[in-house]
Design a protein around this ligand. Structure first.
Ligand SMILES: *[C@@H]1O[C@H](CO)[C@@H](O)[C@H](O)[C@H]1NC(C)=O
Ligand SMILES: *[C@@H]1O[C@H](CO)[C@@H](O)[C@H](O)[C@H]1NC(C)=O
Ligand SMILES: *[C@@H]1O[C@H](CO)[C@@H](O)[C@H](O)[C@H]1NC(C)=O
Ligand SMILES: *[C@@H]1O[C@H](CO)[C@@H](O)[C@H](O)[C@H]1NC(C)=O
Length: 486
């Protein structure tokens, strides 16, 4: 028994001498501009299964967390796993502040209810969190020659891009997967999101598309009956009596949006929904059953407040969540639906949106001030003029790709798009039966990374060569000086 223990300890030793733990907390400042700031514990995850080590200068891929749940293990993400194998890279995940375990004051309720604390939930502070951890990690691992590539998904991808723009000395490149960068500006494509949802459904099943399109009127008809809303509440088995037919319409629209976001040949979310809708003769009952099957998750009654998908039909945000605060202050998503799509009409009203934020949080920061700072109102120009080494990847089945960058902006800012891909197609887990196009597109991304790393190593070698020459010159000069003076 003790022998076994010693063996285990011996096996673990090399790991410890490198100082690598798989998941741990980093003591982070709440306010990076205040040297006396209070701190919180920020969660960091490492995976060094493939890493060739600091001495070899093998790269480090950092996944910058957004405000969606992070991975169980980092190499769950297909592209990152391939990076680890191909480049013998270290993988790092940095959880976003005020999210998951990385919460100041011990609980999200306490952190969000105190303005003096929640005002530090900004993209600016989140960027500095990542920069601080990357710098500290490089020192701890003596990984001064390991290039850093930052990667992110959705809003995390925006952080990766902003980090690359603001701190080019920290990361040699960035990849943003399904990032709606242009939605954070003001020139947003109005109807694009809802048109893509419609087109996705129409392409899979035109009858289903027509049925859904007609269903909104059928739901509204319940308003005219005596006790119509009560009847509708019963059919949809809601936890609270419905106040309006809009509630039901919003849930369904949210469900269809989610299906379109995740639609691809391997998961067929739309096919599944459409097959459910067509099985029952009674349209309303069919919709209720579909919603129930998709979202109810074993609960006794239905309360769809928990369906969180970035779409024009978001449920009223839970005021305790980090995403609601960021959404109100910086990551405004000014996207609506006009009348001519499969989804119910819901134009975006800035004034209404601002009112609901005030109601929820009282004081909010100046909307968009930080985003403005990244040049988001002229994001494309800022990228072309100041950016380099960035990949934007998007699946065009994903309705939020309408807010994405879908064309190359320069030689080194490239868009990799897939016609049949959904949201985060490149990040999904590797499967044996991944279609050829998916494998090829991931290879394209790896090829770009390879160029960045090669370029970095070339420059690095050049500068060490220069340093070496300078040193030799210095020694020679010194010798000459010494001889002459003697
Ligand atoms: C990190 O801190 C959080 C909260 O402060 C705690 O719940 C968690 O257990 C800590 N994780 C580790 C690995 O120490
Ligand atoms: C680096 O080492 C210090 C001292 O052990 C530790 O406090 C810190 O968390 C480490 N940084 C990272 C990013 O692991
Ligand atoms: C808000 O989120 C918290 C934490 O995730 C959860 O405990 C709470 O039930 C949510 N409230 C509502 C109204 O959904
Ligand atoms: C997209 O999927 C369709 C239908 O499965 C297929 O016919 C087409 O070849 C695919 N296109 C690409 C570019 O992979």
């Amino acid at each position: 028994m003790t022998d076994l223990l010693i063996l285990v300890v011996l096996l673990l030793l090399p790991l410890h001498s490198e100082g690598l733990l798989s998941t741990y907390n980093y003591t982070q400042k709440l306010d990076h501009s205040d040297p006396h700031s209070i701190t919180f514990q920020q969660n960091v995850m490492l995976n060094d299964n493939q890493w060739a080590g600091a001495k070899s200068g093998a790269p480090i891929f950092v996944l910058v967390g957004g405000v969606k749940d992070g991975p169980e293990t980092i190499d769950d993400y297909g592209l990152l796993k391939l990076c680890a194998i191909k480049f013998q890279a270290l993988l790092v995940y940095i959880e976003h502040r005020f999210h998951g375990e990385s919460i100041p004051l011990g609980s999200i309720e306490s952190a969000m209810s105190d303005y003096r604390v929640r005002k530090f939930l900004t993209t600016e502070q989140a960027l500095k969190d990542s920069v601080t951890i990357i710098q500290s990690l490089k020192v701890n691992l003596s990984a001064h020659n390991s290039p850093i590539i930052v990667v992110g998904i959705g809003y995390g991808g925006a952080l990766a891009v902003w980090l690359r723009l603001r701190y080019p000395e920290i990361a040699i490149g960035a990849l943003a997967s399904s990032t709606q960068l242009l939605y954070y500006g003001k020139n947003t494509p109005g109807n694009g999101y809802c048109t893509t949802v419609s087109n996705d459904f129409k392409a899979v099943d035109p009858i289903c598309y027509e049925t859904i399109r007609r269903s909104w009127k059928a739901i509204d008809n319940y308003k005219v009956y005596l006790n119509g809303l009560a009847r509708l509440s019963q059919i949809f088995n809601t936890c609270r009596p419905l106040q309006s037919t809009w509630e039901v319409k919003k849930w369904l629209a949210q469900l269809f949006s989610e299906a379109a976001q995740s639609e691809d040949p391997t998961n067929m979310a739309i096919t599944f929904i459409c097959s459910q809708i067509s099985t029952t003769k009674n349209l309303i009952k069919a919709l209720a059953a579909t919603l129930h099957n998709e979202l109810n998750d074993g609960r006794k009654c239905s309360d769809y407040i928990l369906v969180q998908v970035d779409s024009p039909f978001e449920p009223d945000s839970n005021y305790t969540t980090a995403s609601a605060w960021l959404r109100c202050n910086e990551l405004i998503f000014p996207v609506g639906c006009e009348h001519d799509t499969m989804l119910p009409a819901k134009p975006f009203h800035m004034a209404q949106f601002t009112r609901s934020c005030h109601k929820r949080f009282g004081e909010v920061l100046q909307p968009s001030s930080h985003i403005n700072f990244y040049g988001n109102y002229n994001m494309v120009e800022a990228l072309i003029k100041f950016g380099g080494n960035i990949i934007f990847s998007n699946g065009l089945k994903d309705p939020s790709s309408n807010g994405g960058i879908l064309k190359d902006l320069s030689e080194t800012i490239v868009a990799i798009t897939t016609i049949n891909g959904s949201q985060y197609w490149d990040m999904k887990q590797l499967k044996y039966d991944d279609p050829e196009w998916l494998k090829n597109k991931r290879d394209e991304e790896l090829e770009v990374f390879k160029q960045w790393i090669k370029q970095y190593q070339h420059n690095n070698n050049k500068s060490s060569l220069v340093a070496c020459c300078l040193f030799i010159c210095f020694v020679l000069e010194f010798l000459v000086f010494y001889i002459l003076c003697m």
